[in-house]
Ligand binder design. Structure first.
Ligand SMILES: [Zn+2]
Length: 355
């Protein structure tokens, strides 16, 4: 299935501004370990008890706090928590974050409920991006402004929350097929919503366990499209978490494959088609995975490959019709990249039938 409908391809199809990400220590996936997750290597959270394994009829356990109170405050109120905020500062961290969420989403009951449910289930906090001017590479300079996902933007908060639930199911499904740890963090995430003034790009970008989400993003047309875009973005965070020096995993390990494809094809779409993990293209450019002037394009190749892996393996886990043709059944470079990715990030699991 194509990531985008053909009419969407005519629009600027941009996944990510993909600023160079800050190297972060790898953290275990919440689905594969009982250990609490750290928000950032530089801002370790207070230790939290491991979650208890409770029957489904038991009350939901308190969320594992990965973001410190200070971080949650910054996500919800980047310009500072209002001085008259009615949230007592001395309460325990989850209570303080819940109170701030209730305050931030005040007057929007449905959205408040969704933001609280996202926090309870994943520890993720849905807030806003700071206003800023961004160098968007081939997109030019962009003016980003905070935009809370309420009112006519409410669907985006719902889609993020649904994606988070889907990712839980995906990683729980994967874990059943391997004895190896799945070293992949898909939650908690700092969700920072914004609007790009007079533009529909970038749709999203990722840095430091944060995914910034454009409520007017050209790729955010449906729940399915959003889910795959967010998987792509969260992959960037995990790729950065495996950095060695300045090199992300994708440069170090997939770089030779990506470089060889570029040497062979340049930016010629017809030549690149068999190698492109998704159909996402840039108007006037080429496949997103091979687009120049967009940072190191191997980062995008790897994130699109991860999104393709998610799409194909998810279909198998859900006993849906398999996607054809399977990516790994294309040129031999595809099979190599697929195996390297699965081994590093997904416990070596490959549920897609052989070619
Ligand atoms: Zn990207």
């Amino acid at each position: 299935m194509a990531r985008l409908r053909s009419k969407d391809l005519a629009a600027l199809a941009l996944l990510s501004a993909c600023s160079p990400a800050v190297p972060i220590e790898p953290q275990p996936s919440a689905s594969s370990s009982a250990a609490p997750l750290a928000a950032r290597a530089s801002a370790a959270p207070p230790p939290a008890p491991p979650p208890s394994i409770a029957p489904s009829s038991a009350p939901a356990p308190a969320p594992r706090i990965a973001f410190s109170v200070a971080e949650a405050e910054e996500i919800l109120y980047p310009a500072g928590v209002p001085g008259d905020a009615a949230c007592p500062p001395a309460t325990d961290a989850p209570s303080r974050v819940r109170c701030l969420l209730e305050l931030r989403y005040g007057g929007h009951e449905g959205e408040k409920k969704t933001a609280l449910s996202l926090f309870e289930a994943s520890g993720s906090v849905a807030g806003v991006e700071r206003e800023q001017m961004m160098d968007g590479g081939f997109r030019g300079t962009l003016h980003l402004v905070p935009e809370l996902p309420v009112g006519r933007h409410e669907k985006h908060l719902s889609w993020v929350t649904a994606s988070s639930i889907d990712f839980d199911a995906f990683f729980e499904g994967l874990a059943k097929h391997t004895d190896k740890p799945v070293q992949y963090r898909h939650r908690p995430i700092a969700w920072k919503f914004f609007r790009s003034v007079n533009r529909t790009t970038p749709s999203a970008y990722a840095i430091g366990w944060t995914v910034a989400y454009n409520v007017s993003g050209s790729l955010h047309g449906s729940a399915d499209a959003v889910r795959e875009t967010l998987f792509h973005e969260i992959f960037h965070l995990n790729d950065a978490a495996r950095s060695t020096g300045a090199q992300q995993w994708s440069r170090r390990v997939l770089g030779p494959i990506h470089d060889a494809i570029l040497a062979k094809c340049g930016t010629r779409a017809a030549c690149l088609t068999p190698y492109a993990p998704t159909t996402t293209m840039v108007r006037g450019g080429t496949y997103y995975a091979f687009q120049p002037n967009n940072g190191d394009a191997v980062h995008e190749y790897a994130a699109d490959l991860a999104a393709r892996y998610y799409r194909e393996v998810r279909a198998v886990l859900r006993e849906e019709k398999p996607l054809r043709p399977a990516f790994k059944c294309g040129p031999e470079e595809n099979a190599r990249a697929w195996r390297l990715l699965a081994d590093e990030f997904f416990g070596g699991v490959d549920l897609v039938p052989g070619c």
